[in-house]
Design a protein around this ligand. Structure first.
Ligand code: F6R
Length: 253
């Protein structure tokens, strides 16, 4: 695992955006696994800046988002499809036909999940999977406990996650959909490279649990330590509970 600790959130998201940009430069037809949430807002803003300033083209890439709320149409401003449009796709030259976000209003959700897995395979797998970490330790919406061989499926959201994401729903956790479609932990671990980003002091304890605690389905993010090619980008605040031994790994080439 490569660990990068930056002084603040802006530099963490900047570093993550440059890692994504490098992937696209090396492989203009890269298959990007994308995440949503507050942390990623900074990543996508920085990526859109790189697109403009350095003429980085997204026209050849394909993308697969980690998750989507069940019951929200893509046009709903609180849906993750809408989030991706406003935070990234409106600002870059990605080909709409190659953008994939699970369909949370599919008539048959089970079929939708199987088709999503199949589409990832048809594209040759994910080159780089961007990940945040939730208060429950989830990656995607893999709430505890999520076995490490899980695939794309419908999950029930943890009360803590509905609280974490309530802001977009008028501050009311009960207004947050109770279910979501998420790539599984196994789907995520199949990506060729993982890039986890966390910022802010509220993430410090769960980041330490994921990187230093037991590798367990009770903390889905701990699964990334089983992957051979992982980059974790943290700001100082989210790295605040790491042991000196783990911190010593940071920025070591
Ligand atoms: C969202 C996702 C989640 C978030 C996590 C952190 O697509 O996959 O795992 O990355 O909940 O969210 P923020 O960045 O809002 O703290």
């Amino acid at each position: 695992m490569k660990l990068i600790i930056t002084p603040d959130a802006a530099s963490a998201t900047h570093v993550a955006a440059h890692l994504l940009a490098d992937t696209i430069r090396q492989r203009p037809d890269a298959v990007l696994g994308l995440a949503t949430g507050r942390t990623m807002e900074g990543v996508y803003a920085a990526l859109a800046d790189i697109h403009r300033a350095e003429a980085l083209s997204f026209s050849g890439i394909a993308s697969f988002n980690l998750d989507e709320y069940v019951g929200l149409p893509p046009s709903d401003p609180r849906s993750y499809r809408h989030y991706m449009q406003t935070h990234l796709f409106d600002h870059v030259d990605a080909d709409e036909r190659h953008i994939h976000v699970p369909n949370g209003i599919a008539a048959d959700l089970k079929t939708e999940c199987a088709a999503y897995e199949a589409a990832i395979r048809t594209h040759g797998g994910i080159s780089l999977q961007l990940l945040g970490i939730g208060d429950t330790g989830h990656i995607g919406f893999n709430e505890p406990p999520s076995p490490f061989d899980t695939r794309t499926r419908v999950v029930e959201l943890d009360a803590a996650t509905r609280q974490q994401n309530a802001e977009m729903f008028g501050g009311d956790p009960d207004a947050v959909p109770s279910e979501a479609i998420t790539m599984g932990v196994g789907t995520i671990l199949d990506a060729k490279r993982l890039l986890m980003v966390a910022t802010g002091p509220a993430k410090a304890d769960i980041v330490a649990a994921a990187l230093e605690g037991p590798i367990t389905p009770d903390v889905s993010a701990s699964a990334i330590r089983l992957h051979g090619d992982v980059v974790v980008v943290l700001d100082e605040a989210s790295a605040g509970a790491l042991s000196p031994e783990t911190r010593a790994l940071a920025n070591a080439g």
